[in-house]
Ligand binder design. Structure first.
Ligand code: ADP
Length: 365
């Protein structure tokens, strides 16, 4: 049986009425992010955030018609919010500045144009936080979101390498235009700070560089900005968590006890500054032998899932330890983009979906 095509999916979806029965999902331009991976079809339907609950039957109907296509084995249909973009607060009149300051809301102000900022963090380095950040950003893009990636990892800025981007951001009227990598707008400490600069020098400038990368960059309208945080839970990280208007944090951990202890510290850091924990990802969860395909639980398996249960935070999913994930990272061709129909890209998409759903749930609260 031949696999379903994009046209098959669109044909079926054009039979499903849109939110107000005025046209079809397709004629109203609400369908995006169609990916077909063998028999697994994924797509998004854009709806106003406030109507997501009420439009669940429409999503279910769309899923059903696509499930009925020959060769389709599994369908993931998600509602994507047509979220209002936060508007920057008007600058206060000088006479009223003192009053405005005292009335100003506590905490960081939103970045105009960016609907949700999500931190990806880990208690310690080397657990695959940057690799996970970039692949999750790509998976979120595949779900139909406009996504940016901010590499705030001062100790080892890696996005230029991971995305194979060597163009420096261009400056116009004092603002930087972020380079694009695989459809993501990307800014990195690596573009602003010499990789060989001593750590001591980098430390004090981190916060101001981060503020600049957030607020003086032409991000345009983004649904999600992923911030790859520096590893660890020191003062710099805490200040960053306070300065950036975060919608939530994702903690990456390996299954070993020691990494989990560090992950717990990371989690507590976000809790201290009232940032919602979207969940824990277990990276290098198990080893898949590239030759025979057999699975070994090198670092023990399931530690992060158990820990998430104990801590009362969602477990978002597992990513195997696999050579292809490492080699594609090193080559600047992240696996979610270079092998989008592969098993690893699917892992990242499942986790991206869970993150997206958690973000929607947080937004509704
Ligand atoms: P961190 O940002 O936590 O320091 P990195 O993302 O730089 O970690 O990953 C550290 C090393 O591990 C890199 O060489 C990367 O390619 C590799 N790596 C990360 N995740 C995986 C994985 N799931 N399978 C194989 N190698 C991985």
């Amino acid at each position: 049986m031949s696999p379903p095509t994009r046209k098959d999916v669109l044909d079926r979806l054009s039979r499903v009425k849109g939110p107000d029965l005025s046209g079809s999902l397709v004629s109203l331009g609400l369908v995006s992010g169609i990916t077909i991976d063998g028999g697994h079809v994924t797509f998004s339907i854009t709806v106003p955030a406030s109507r997501a609950g009420e439009l669940e039957p429409m999503r279910a109907a769309a899923q059903k018609v696509v499930e009925a296509i020959d060769g389709v084995t599994h369908v993931t249909a998600v509602l994507t919010a047509d979220r209002p973009v936060p508007v920057a607060p008007a600058p206060p009149n000088l006479n009223n500045a003192a009053r405005a300051a005292s009335a100003a809301p506590k905490g960081p102000t939103p970045v105009p144009g960016i609907a949700s900022i999500v931190a990806v963090a880990s208690g310690k380095g080397g657990v695959g936080k940057s690799t996970t950040s970039v692949n999750l950003a790509l998976a979120l893009r595949d779900l139909g979101n406009r996504v940016g990636l901010l590499d705030a990892d001062i100790y080892g800025p890696s996005m230029p390498r991971l995305l194979g981007v060597s163009t420096r951001p261009e400056a116009h009227d004092g603002r930087l235009t972020p380079p694009m990598g695989y459809g993501l707008k990307v800014m990195s400490m690596g573009f602003l700070v010499d990789e060989d600069a001593p750590m001591i020098w980098r430390g004090p400038m981190v916060i101001s560089a981060l503020t600049q990368m957030l607020r003086e960059v032409e991000w345009g309208d983004l649904d999600i900005l992923i911030v790859d945080m520096p590893p660890g839970t020191g003062d710099v990280q805490l200040t960053m968590a306070q300065q950036v208007p975060l919608a939530g944090a994702v903690i990456v951990s390996t299954p070993q006890d020691i990494a989990l202890i560090d992950a717990r510290k990371g989690l507590n850091m976000f809790r201290r500054v009232d940032v919602p924990i979207l969940g824990i990802v277990e990276n290098m969860s198990y080893f898949l032998c590239p030759t025979c395909g057999s699975r070994s639980d090198i670092f023990g398996h399931g530690g992060a899932r158990d820990e998430a249960g104990r801590l009362g935070v969602p477990f978002l999913g597992e990513i195997p330890l696999h050579m292809d994930i490492r080699s594609t990272s090193d080559a600047g061709t992240p696996i979610a983009a270079s092998e989008p129909t592969g098993v690893h890209a699917r892992c990242y998409r499942t986790i991206a979906m869970a993150i997206y759903e958690r973000l929607m749930a947080e937004a509704r609260q």
